[in-house]
Ligand binder design. Structure first.
Ligand SMILES: NC(=O)c1ccc[n+]([C@@H]2O[C@H](COP(=O)([O-])OP(=O)(O)OC[C@H]3O[C@@H](n4cnc5c(N)ncnc54)[C@H](O)[C@@H]3O)[C@@H](O)[C@H]2O)c1
Length: 337
């Protein structure tokens, strides 16, 4: 039986998620709930869905099998509580909550009620990271000892930065809390747990409140070292390119680099660099990652198993985010493991 969902929020990203839901097998979204009916209706009409501005009415009329929360972080716990009280599974956007304490409470609330909770962390589902992981698993790199990720969306300079998500300008904690969290999670996906980290932050564009540059040095438990070198202000000819930047991975048997358009180049030890052939899905945001993430959620709901970004596991990523801010303010290495 097809699972029926209700999506909360009708902003920039709910639109991207709803487009992806059209392609997900085994589930459909029946309605959009948002703060105002006008807001909900605009998006609902685009996808032929019902629109609501009231939780009770939406639940009674839709009788959903799951809730997809795509509102800003300050209402994630509120809707998670309402959903868990009904015993329904939750798919919740990152950042999980405005504070670490609230993120921990949100996870504990679902655990206490035995409700499945998946964080909608889609970065690790981008086609190039999936491919790189399978290359690593196939032994093409040998033992990886060095990883570098540069993030350069190039959308944060001038008097009117971030036109797509203007709320970025007001965030006290911005780059790591909002976007860096994706990279921390992707690093964990590729290289495992983080033992310790050191972080430096800067605010380069004076019209915003939070940091728009961060450099984070990771020590992974198995000995690899990683660098996340991120800012949103460097001029880029293509703003918000598909991969948001570039990456290199080096290991005992080979090395690879990922470019701005998702191309992977691989060099075996002693050999020549060549383009690595793989398929990037043509549909879905950033290498099909929204479709893949939502399909994973539905697959686990229907078949059982564990979500890759299940709540308790994802708290490790959230803790690393706060460790970055602690390191930046104390100018010290912070131990996680
Ligand atoms: N995974 C990704 O790659 C990615 C990308 C962009 C945004 N996001 C995340 O998605 C979430 C939403 O971001 P956005 O860019 O769509 O924001 P947005 O401001 O464009 O939209 C938020 C929507 O939620 C609604 N809303 C706010 N409070 C509400 C409440 N209490 N009840 C019901 N509706 C409420 C607003 O009216 C609006 O329709 C954030 O957590 C953001 O970090 C994730």
């Amino acid at each position: 039986m097809t699972k029926t969902g209700l999506i909360i929020g009708a902003g920039h990203y709910a639109d991207i998620q709803l487009e992806a839901w059209q392609k997900v097998q085994g589930a459909r979204i029946a309605a959009v709930l948002s703060l105002t009916m006008e807001n909900a209706k605009k998006l609902a009409d685009k996808y032929g869905l019902r629109a609501y501005d009231d939780w009770e009415t939406a639940i009674q009329e839709i009788e959903p099998d799951f809730i997809d929360i795509c509102t800003p972080p300050d209402s994630h716990f509120y809707y998670t509580r309402l959903t868990a009280d009904l015993g329904l599974p939750v798919l919740c956007q990152k950042p999980l909550a405005p504070t670490l304490q609230e993120a921990e409470e949100l996870v504990a609330y679902c655990e206490q009620r035995g409700v499945p909770l998946m964080i909608n962390e889609n970065w690790r589902w981008q086609a190039w990271y999936r491919e790189i992981k399978s290359m690593m698993d196939a032994g093409l790199l040998g033992k990886v000892y060095s990883a570098y990720m540069a993030m350069r969306p190039g959308d944060g300079w001038g008097d009117n930065p971030y036109p797509v998500q203007p709320y970025f300008k007001e965030m006290e904690k911005f780059l790591i809390f909002e976007t860096g969290v994706h990279y921390i999670d992707t690093y964990r996906y590729l290289l495992g747990e983080i033992d310790s980290l050191y972080c430096q932050v800067r605010t380069l564009n004076p019209v915003i409140k939070g940091e728009d540059m961060a450099v984070i040095h990771f020590n992974f438990s198995d000995g690899a070292v990683g660098l996340y070198d991120a800012n949103r202000v460097t001029y880029m000819e293509e703003v918000r390119c598909p991969t948001y930047g570039y990456m290199t991975l080096e290991g005992t048997e080979g090395k690879l680099r990922l470019t701005e358009d998702g191309t992977i180049y691989y060099t075996p030890r002693g050999g020549e660099e060549r383009r690595h052939a793989y398929t990037i899905p043509s549909e879905g945001w950033k290498g099909g990652c929204t479709i893949a993430t939502q399909q994973h959620f539905v697959h686990i709901l229907r078949e059982g198993g564990s979500f890759e970004t299940e709540g308790r596991n994802y708290l490790t990523t959230v803790k690393a985010v706060y460790a970055c801010y602690e390191s930046a303010s104390s100018n010290k290495v912070v131990q996680l493991g």
